[in-house]
Design a protein around this ligand. Structure first.
Ligand code: 3PG
Length: 306
């Protein structure tokens, strides 16, 4: 039983060791491919293996074609928009994610970036505080729930919109459920995005939605860049000098932001949300356990394709 860990953005070494132990204790073999850069190396590495563990690495039809023995792909993380589910199903390969395992890390980054922004990038001038401010959480999944918990510690007033989550779950977390997405954007000076990138959500964060936000609006994106209508965001920031955008994923038109909006944006140089030892250990080991569980016992909990 060979399981490939293919991570262009590697896990912390301690997490890789945990994954290795998990696989070897079940008689398997770990094949490690880190920082591979070119797809050709990935296509070569997948040839022999029965399982693949990835992060945001693209697993498309070409990879499935090359991986003749493949039975399972586990995305060590939440979003699986990097995996071609239809191709996986066509090749009779099970795809899973590891929900919740890296969500606290992402939620902490939301506040790391937000505090840095409201304190003017620590440049010595007077900034502002989060206490008493309104935060809207767009999608109340695992990351959204952790964001709510931390926001409550800051003394923020917290709201959430999630058509797939019962209002009761939101209110039991001490958060105000909002049924109309427009209402949430109208209400909240800060909005944090936690929606997946799907056909429904791509480019859905647009001018009309964002322009409803109150003065001094801050949009925080630790989800996916695809959910933003980038052209419309630029137009909005041109029209509204009070609007700020911070993101864990630089937009395709990042150079424009540098030119037009100095001091009003921040982008991590590389996606950093899940980049903690703890998140790597949690998600990596969960992915190893799920791979072994499927390959040895057929356990398919957390399967995301049909
Ligand atoms: C996720 O979907 O789990 C996060 O976006 C983290 O992605 P990463 O593993 O590529 O850092």
């Amino acid at each position: 039983m060979k399981i490939l860990v293919a991570t262009d953005k590697p896990f912390a070494a301690v997490a890789v060791e945990g994954i290795r132990k998990e696989i070897e204790s079940c008689g398997g073999e770990l094949v490690l491919l880190e920082k591979y850069g070119e797809k050709a190396k990935l296509l070569e590495a997948v040839k022999e293996v029965e399982g693949i563990i990835v992060r945001s690495d693209i697993i498309d039809a070409e990879v499935f074609d090359a991986a003749k023995n493949l039975k399972i792909v586990v995305r060590a993380g939440a979003g699986y928009d990097n995996i071609d589910l239809a191709a996986a199903t066509a090749h009779n390969v099970c795809v899973m994610n590891t929900p919740g395992q890296n969500s606290n890390a992402v939620a902490e980054l939301v506040f790391g970036m937000t505090v840095m922004l409201v304190r003017n990038f620590f440049n010595g001038t007077s900034g502002s505080e989060l206490k008493g401010k309104k935060l809207g959480i767009h999608a109340f999944g695992q990351v959204g729930r952790n964001v709510a918990r931390i926001a409550q510690g800051f003394g923020m007033k917290v709201y959430a919109f999630d058509p797939y989550c019962p209002s009761k779950v939101i209110s039991e977390a001490g958060v105000n459920p909002i049924e109309d997405v427009n209402e949430m954007y109208k209400t909240c000076q800060f909005v944090s995005l936690h929606i997946p990138a799907t056909e429904e959500t791509k480019k859905s964060i647009n001018y009309a939605l964002l322009n409803q936000m109150p003065k001094g609006a801050v949009l925080i994106n630790t989800a996916r860049k695809e959910v933003i209508n980038e052209e419309e965001l630029v137009k909005l920031m041109e029209d509204r000098p009070d609007f700020k955008y911070i993101s864990d994923i630089a937009p395709a038109n990042a150079a424009l932001f540098a030119e037009k909006f100095p001091g009003r944006y921040f982008f991590t140089p590389k996606k950093m949300g899940a980049q903690t030892a703890e998140a790597n250990i949690n998600a990596g080991i969960a992915a190893a356990r799920q791979s072994v569980g499927f390959l040895t016992k057929g356990i398919d909990k957390f399967r995301v394709n049909k």
